[in-house]
Design a protein around this ligand. Structure first.
Ligand SMILES: O=C(CO)[C@H](O)[C@H](O)COP(=O)(O)O
Length: 232
């Protein structure tokens, strides 16, 4: 089956959890975009929800689909965030940020009672790390931040090359928050919670793409059907 069809099926399954009156976090990426489009169809049929987008791209998509939007300055908590992931393991820890929206995605997920992750089954891995780990950094002092990152990788039992993410214009990719992203090719992250802690302690790191203990449900679509994994 076509991968886009699998992503849409996972998105449709997450939509089953949505009720009128809910406040929703709207993720970023090609899978989350399916959710926004399907949600838009339901809104046109009368579903009353309000959303907080996790990127300017998702904001534009949601507006185009007629979804009412708000901000985390106007409301306290969200009922559910629905977002994609670059990788997920069996404990529901994630790598996110392939689309560069990890900072807003993490802020929105942290403000949500539930985070439902939607993906095709190729995103499920035994150990995180095959997908390069996105790390959002401040441009100032980048070389010092890179050295601190390598020390953190050593301390967490992993190693790998760091690459500044290029943008379309050949310069560095700039996030919605005005920062840069370095992608760490680690191959294998043996202890994601430990690495997450070490990365969060580096002054030049704004946020990193390890989402540890945040997802409540993982919806995986495969050729044989939908599998749902709940946090233990
Ligand atoms: O974290 C993300 C964006 O920052 C996305 O959720 C992640 O990259 C997955 O994207 P896709 O659904 O296109 O595979």
């Amino acid at each position: 089956m076509d991968k886009e069809e699998l992503k849409r099926r996972a998105a449709a399954r997450a939509l089953d959890e949505v009720r009128s009156g809910m406040k929703l976090g709207l993720g970023t990426g090609s899978t989350a975009k399916h959710f926004v489009e399907l949600l838009g169809e339901r809104v046109r049929d009368g579903l009353d929800v309000v959303g907080v987008p996790t990127s300017e791209v998702t904001r534009a998509d949601a507006e185009r689909c007629g979804i009412r939007l708000t901000t985390l300055d106007e409301i306290d908590r969200l009922d559910i965030t629905v977002d994609g992931a670059d990788e997920a393991d069996g404990k529901l820890d994630l790598i996110k940020g392939g689309g560069g929206a990890l900072l807003r995605e993490k802020i929105v997920a942290a403000a949500s009672d539930r985070m439902i992750v939607i993906a095709d089954e190729s995103k499920l891995v035994d150990t995180l790390g095959r997908f390069p780990l996105p790390i959002e950094v401040i441009p100032f002092g980048l070389a010092a931040t890179r050295r601190a990152l390598q020390l953190a990788f050593d301390a967490a039992g992993c190693a790998g090359e760091l690459k500044l993410r290029p943008g379309k214009d050949g310069h560095a990719f700039v996030t919605d928050g005005g920062h840069w992203i370095v992608d760490a090719r680690l191959g294998r992250i043996p202890d994601a919670p430990r690495l997450a802690q070490l990365l969060s302690a580096i002054p030049g790191v704004v946020e990193h793409g390890l989402f540890v203990g945040m997802a409540s449900t993982l919806v995986l679509a495969g050729a044989t059907g939908i599998r749902t994994i709940e946090r233990a």
